[in-house]
Write a protein that binds this ligand. Structure first.
Ligand code: SF4
Length: 204
C-alpha cells in the first residue's frame, strides 16, 4: 500500500553518452625533452623499478595511454592541476582553443559545456576546482582536498541532505574564561527563529 504523507522525489540518472565528439575542455601538454630526461633520471635512481618509473601523477588516467605523458589522453582531464603542481617544469594545462570557441555572445563556453555534461551524466553541475573524490584510498596516504567554508546557515541541498538552522543566541557571551567561575552559565538564550514578539496589545 502507498505510504501516506509527504515523500521526497528521487530520480535515478543513467549516463547518456554524447552522440558526437565534443571538444576537450583542457589542453594537456608535457615538455617532451624534460619528460624524457626525468624518466631517464628516475630509471637510474630507482634502478629500473618499472612500477615507480611508470607511475603516473594523474588519477584520472590522462597519462595512462600507451605513450604516457608523450601523448596524453586529453579528454580525461578534469583540470585539477595536480600534475602541474607536482611537475611545474614539465606540465602545462590550459583551456583548449576549441573549448574557448564554444557558444556565442550570450552563451559562454562554460554554459555550453555544463549543459552538455549535465545532459550526458544526469548529474547536478558543480562548479569549482576542488576535491573531486578520487585522491583517497589505496595508494594514497591521505585525501587531497580543497576546503571551502559555507558562510550562511547550512542550506537544504537539492535532495534535502541538510536542515536549515535558524536558531540564534540572544544575550551577552563571555569574552574570556574565568576558571574560578567555570560553572557559571553564560547569560544567553537560544531561540529557534530570530523573531521575538512583543507582548500583544490588549487594546485597552
Ligand atoms: S590537470 Fe589533473 S586531470 Fe588533468 S592531466 Fe593533470 S593531473 Fe590529470
Amino acid at each position: 500500500m502507498e505510504e501516506a504523507g509527504y515523500k521526497r522525489f528521487k530520480i535515478e540518472p543513467k549516463p547518456a553518452p554524447h552522440v558526437y565528439q565534443i571538444p576537450n575542455k583542457f589542453d594537456v601538454s608535457a615538455r617532451k625533452l624534460r619528460l624524457a630526461s626525468m624518466l631517464v633520471h628516475e630509471a637510474l635512481e630507482y634502478r629500473l623499478n618499472k612500477e615507480v618509473v611508470l607511475s603516473r601523477p594523474c588519477i584520472y588516467g590522462v597519462f595512462g595511454g600507451r605513450f604516457g605523458g608523450f601523448k596524453p589522453l586529453k579528454h580525461k582531464c578534469v583540470g585539477c592541476m595536480r600534475c602541474v603542481q607536482e611537475y611545474p617544469h614539465i606540465m602545462t594545462v590550459k583551456q583548449s582553443d576549441s573549448y574557448k570557441r564554444l557558444g556565442d555572445s550570450f552563451w559562454t563556453p562554460e554554459n555550453v559545456y555544463t549543459v552538455w555534461n549535465e545532459a550526458s551524466t544526469g548529474k547536478i553541475p558543480v562548479k569549482g576546482m576542488g576535491y573531486k573524490g578520487a585522491f583517497a584510498g589505496e595508494g594514497f596516504d591521505g585525501m587531497w582536498t580543497d576546503m571551502s567554508e559555507i558562510v550562511r546557515p547550512t542550506r537544504d541541498g537539492v535532495y534535502g541532505r541538510e536542515y536549515i538552522s535558524t536558531s540564534v543566541d540572544i544575550g551577552r557571551k563571555p569574552t574570556s574564561i574565568d576558571f574560578a567561575r567555570i560553572d557559571d552559565q553564560p547569560k544567553s538564550l537560544e531561540i529557534p527563529v530570530p523573531i521575538i514578539f512583543d507582548e500583544l496589545p490588549t487594546g485597552t
